[in-house]
Design a protein around this ligand. Structure first.
Ligand SMILES: Cc1ncc(COP(=O)(O)O)c(C=O)c1O
Length: 408
């Protein structure tokens, strides 16, 4: 999948000399810069090695533990529910709305019970939403924590996503809005500060793996063949950094670690050109929206008037579920020359992940989204030009063929 969405080759190359300034300097600078973006006090910024680790710390700081229930959207990545049993809390999946990609507030309200202490609020693909005031007021014992992994710099009513509920976490993993290779950010709610703890550091070998893996992603986004060759060489040399298999297949929680030095430097580089990145991606999203509008059977999601969405990928849905979305995405990618993604391919992504007791059929809307939603890349290496328009024409032609096959 084409990733490193907002990272330029120049950011990547200039990160290496930047690393010479050391962890303490780079993390302090990043904390300061992020606090300014979100308009919050620096003490409310926590930097970790992943978004999932940031979630774990937020839940811990809210005192979630044995006997507490945490509500998780039934359309998410497995690493989110993985963190909850680790705190001895129980988790309950609640369906999302196919109309918004996020929660249906009435369904959520009905699901909140006497043991519920926290709700993980999704902002899938970066679409920001706000929990109705009445719902928060009715459940003062419940903390609403934003899973903003997909929506760094999305905004609602002029406020940055992550600054208006009971804390939020973001991801800087390879495929997210900004990437540090890996990385996680917690925004703690007012009055709560980042715990003063020396988290374990990523090993030096892993930091080199991150650097090598990111290079392959960057090249893939620009010169796919070169990217594939680089990735194959990395694999041979054991220079791929990725999540432990046991997290996906056995639901093993990820331990909390500090944000790597490389990630801190890279995120700072991307923050420096964030306005240009957002403008570029907005133009891409507009181009996609206009192109797909020519096919009325395709569903798209409108950004509310009061919002600005930093799409992590641009989602669209087919009119009917497909049995093998991965094969379909490959077919569309080949036909169009665009990198078509499959997020999420199951209510607990990726397909085949540990289920955490999820009962098939209990989240019909999440299941439908998982079987119908595909997505388009949001990458600064993708120019909004005539070549893109031509690729979109080819995508549309193939989608028309697929929709016709579906009807027959
Ligand atoms: C919706 C969502 N939340 C959280 C995460 C976890 O982020 P990280 O990989 O940084 O732990 C992901 C990861 O892909 C995700 O898709």
């Amino acid at each position: 999948m084409l990733t490193a969405n907002s990272l330029s080759l120049c950011d990547y190359l200039s990160a290496l000399p930047g690393m010479l300034r050391g962890r303490a300097f780079q993390r302090a600078a990043l904390r300061r810069e992020l606090a300014a973006c979100f308009g919050v006090d620096e003490a409310r910024i926590g930097l970790y090695d992943t978004g999932r680790a940031a979630l774990r710390v937020l839940l811990q700081q809210h005192g979630i533990g044995a006997g507490d229930e945490v509500i998780v959207p039934a359309y998410t990545c497995v690493v989110v529910p993985n963190q909850i049993p680790a705190l001895s809390a129980s988790l309950r999946f609640v369906d999302v709305s196919a109309g918004t990609l996020n929660f249906d507030w009435d369904v959520l309200a009905a699901a909140i019970g006497p043991a519920t202490r926290a709700v993980i609020v999704p902002h899938n693909y970066g679409l920001p939403c706000r929990v109705p005031e009445a719902l928060r007021a009715a459940h003062p014992q419940v903390k609403f924590i934003d899973d903003a992994a997909h929506g760094f710099a999305s905004q609602l009513d002029g406020q940055w996503l992550g600054s208006y509920h009971d804390g939020a976490f973001f991801s800087f993993e390879y495929s997210k809005n900004l990437t540090g290779g890996i990385g996680g950010l917690a925004i703690f709610p007012p009055g709560m500060t980042t715990p003063q703890q020396d988290w374990p550091e990523l090993s030096c070998a892993d930091e080199w793996r991150l650097l090598a893996t990111l290079k392959a992603h960057l090249l893939s986004a620009r010169w796919p063949l070169l990217g594939r060759i680089t990735m194959a060489i990395n694999r041979r040399l054991g220079l791929i950094y990725r999540s432990a298999d046991a997290e996906v297949t056995q639901g093993v929680p990820h331990p909390v670690r500090a944000m790597p030095l490389l990630s801190s430097v890279l995120v700072r580089r991307q923050l420096a050109h964030l306005p240009a990145t957002l403008a570029h991606k907005q133009a891409l999203a507009q181009r996609y929206q206009q192109a797909l509008a020519a096919l009325p059977s395709i569903t798209q999601w409108a950004v509310p008037a009061a919002a600005a969405c930093h799409w992590v990928r641009y989602p669209f849905a087919l009119s009917r579920p497909v049995a093998n979305k991965a094969a379909l995405a490959r077919r569309l990618s080949q036909a169009s020359g665009l990198n078509i993604g499959v997020w999420f391919d199951d209510v607990i992504h990726p397909a085949g992940s540990f289920r955490h007791g999820y009962v098939a059929g209990s989240a019909p809307q999440g299941e439908r989204l998982a079987a119908t939603v595909l997505n388009l890349p949001m990458n600064i290496a993708l120019a909004d030009n005539a070549a893109l328009a031509h690729k979109l024409d080819r995508l549309l032609a193939e989608l028309r063929r697929i929709e016709k096959e579906n009807i027959q």
